[in-house]
Design a protein around this ligand. Structure first.
Ligand code: MN3
Length: 213
């Protein structure tokens, strides 16, 4: 089996001016595509390993991956998973506010969306070098903010501490923003907030917590 690059549900220029079309084209068509190709090439070297169909299941259980390709799978499987979620989090124009159980959890754990936004932006800004900032849920659905280096994902057992389930994430690699924002990562992170698809994120959270009950 092999993994494939997901199609976007919007055009490369649909997130302008927050994310420019050229950045989106290179980010999805080149960077994400390279993670998929590198992941497939690594797995082809270990044909006896039956990789799960879902890339999140693959990266969740890295110790099950043969050691000879584990690090490549960590980096490129992580890259494929992270970006697959990232594209779905985004929406031209964004959608208003979190809904249902996610809205309730944000009120409970952060005291409201403004406080969450502040903490999320701080984590994304403070992540040194390349990586991601995340809103994550634990086993009980409780929310917190974390960040990971490189293409690590909070779902990776034994790597992210503690293991958690990504609800919302932002890519803070320079390839995600440098053409438009150069060194101004805080401006990129603040603008990202305006194109979040809260309908998707809310439904994603509800699905995550109901899968655990
Ligand atoms: Mn990226």
């Amino acid at each position: 089996m092999s993994y494939t690059l997901p199609q976007l549900s919007y055009a490369y220029d649909a997130l302008e001016p927050t994310m420019d079309a050229l950045t989106m084209e290179i980010h999805h068509g080149k960077h994400h595509n390279a993670y998929v190709n590198n992941l497939n090439a690594a797995l082809a070297k270990e044909p006896s390993f039956a990789a799960p169909r879902c890339v999140f299941a693959l990266i969740k259980d890295l110790p099950a991956v043969p050691e000879s390709i584990r690090n490549i799978v960590r980096n490129n499987g992580g890259g494929h998973a992270n970006h697959s979620l990232f594209w779905r989090i985004l929406e031209p124009g964004g959608s208003k506010t979190p809904e249902n159980s996610l809205a309730e959890a944000i009120d409970k754990d952060f005291g409201g969306l403004d406080a969450l936004r502040e903490k999320f932006i701080a984590a994304a800004t403070a992540r040194f070098g390349s990586g991601w900032a995340w809103l994550v849920a634990d086993e009980n659905g409780s929310l917190s903010i974390t960040s990971t280096p490189n293409q690590d994902n909070p779902i990776m057992q034994g790597i992210a501490q503690p293991t958690a389930f990504p609800v919302l994430g932002i890519d803070v690699w320079e390839h995600a923003y440098y053409l438009k924002y150069q060194n101004r990562r805080p401006d990129y992170v603040a603008a990202f907030w305006n194109v979040i698809n809260w309908s998707f994120v809310s439904a994603h959270y509800t699905k995550l917590i109901s899968a655990k009950k």
